[in-house]
Design a protein around this ligand. Structure first.
Ligand code: 13P
Ligand code: SF4
Length: 324
């Protein structure tokens, strides 16, 4: 890539293992515009681990899993936060930064888990099963969080459940996450029936076939995968925990049973590790592009707002989680 500009050349070094040289020039104009707009607007870009490498490695200021993004959103000094991720992540950033402008580049970046449950469902659940704390996954709307006692992410679900000191909790809305946590704790967990459309597609038979085809393979699975998949895996954890596992253990051959961009983003830092890549795309995460991040900063869109009464109660549930 000797033809690219000096800025582009140094940035390209970060992603050359996963972005072909022929594609790179198509990103440069937007990347340069975004870097300038961030300075002009005192903005930061928070990007989830499932964002594509040109976003994750070339324009993001803070990257990580849902828990890290929530924590970092709390401590930023910026005036504007652009959330390169899905809508519930932008709402969480707004809950923790009511005075700041939070932008989501595409309002259609939703989540099948968030869509699986409403605030009314949670109220009914509380009526039917009273006096049992409700632990709500962050992959939900602010209105659902507002009806909950405490939130959790895949990175702290077990710790949150056990922090409550009760024998029984309700955990919403991801049935598989709830069952995977139940397998690790003595606390009884009552689950909802929501699923992640990306992780529910992995099957235990896939893991066995992969192991046969790739001897010595280390299998990492996100806890949104069905329990029989997690049972076949060598390790299960949040997207950040999977990334840390590769960093620490440097397995010679690994597969990450999760969204496709995750392997790309981890692979660029580990040329010594062979990544086997049967992955599933999250169509919601893929709504975010360099072009709409640029438009978000240029046109101040789409501003995330949350009704104050809902925000106040939802914030409590998120803050309780962050205190665990
Ligand atoms: P993490 O919190 O593990 O990053 O997961 C978020 C998510 O949406 C997984 O599908
Ligand atoms: Fe939601 Fe699944 Fe996409 Fe994560 S990967 S945002 S849980 S649909």
């Amino acid at each position: 890539m000797s033809a690219v500009l000096p800025l582009g050349a140094s940035l390209y070094d970060r992603v050359r293992r996963v972005i072909p040289p022929i594609e790179w020039p198509t990103f440069l104009d937007d990347i340069e515009a975004i870097l300038a707009l961030k300075r002009e607007r005192n903005a930061v870009i928070l990007a989830h681990n499932y964002q594509t490498p040109e976003i994750f490695h070339c324009v993001a200021d803070i990257v990580g899993d849902s828990l890290a993004l929530a924590r970092q959103a709390m401590s930023t000094e910026a005036d504007v936060i652009v959330l390169a991720g899905v809508h519930f992540m932008a709402e969480t950033a707004k809950l923790l930064n009511p005075q700041k402008t939070v932008l989501i580049p595409d309002l259609r970046a939703g989540c099948s888990l968030a869509d699986s449950i409403t605030a009314e469902d949670v109220r009914l659940m509380r009526q039917r099963i009273p006096n049992v704390p409700i632990v709500t996954y962050v992959n939900t709307s602010a209105a659902v969080k507002a009806e909950s006692d405490i939130c959790c992410t895949s990175g702290n679900a077990r710790a949150v459940v056990e922090s409550l000191g009760v024998p029984r909790v309700i955990m919403l809305p991801d049935e598989y996450l709830a069952k995977n946590v139940a397998a690790e704790t003595d606390v009884e967990i009552l689950a909802w029936k929501g699923h992640c459309e990306v992780h529910e597609r992995f099957a235990a038979a896939d893991v066995r076939e992969l192991r046969q085809a790739h001897p010595g393979l280390v299998v990492l699975a996100h806890p949104e995968c069905p329990p029989e998949v997690v049972a076949e895996a060598d390790f299960s954890g949040s997207t950040a925990a999977m990334s840390d596992y590769v960093e620490r253990q440097k397995p010679p051959r690994v597969v990450l049973l999760t969204e496709c961009s995750m392997s790309d983003n981890v692979a660029v830092k580990h040329p010594e590790v062979e990544f086997i890549r049967p992955c599933n795309l999250c169509p919601h995460m893929k709504r975010i592009t360099l072009a709409n991040i640029r438009a978000a900063l240029e046109e101040n869109r789409h501003v995330v707002t949350i009704e104050p009464e809902i925000a106040q109660r939802a914030r409590l549930a998120v803050e309780r989680m962050l205190a665990v």
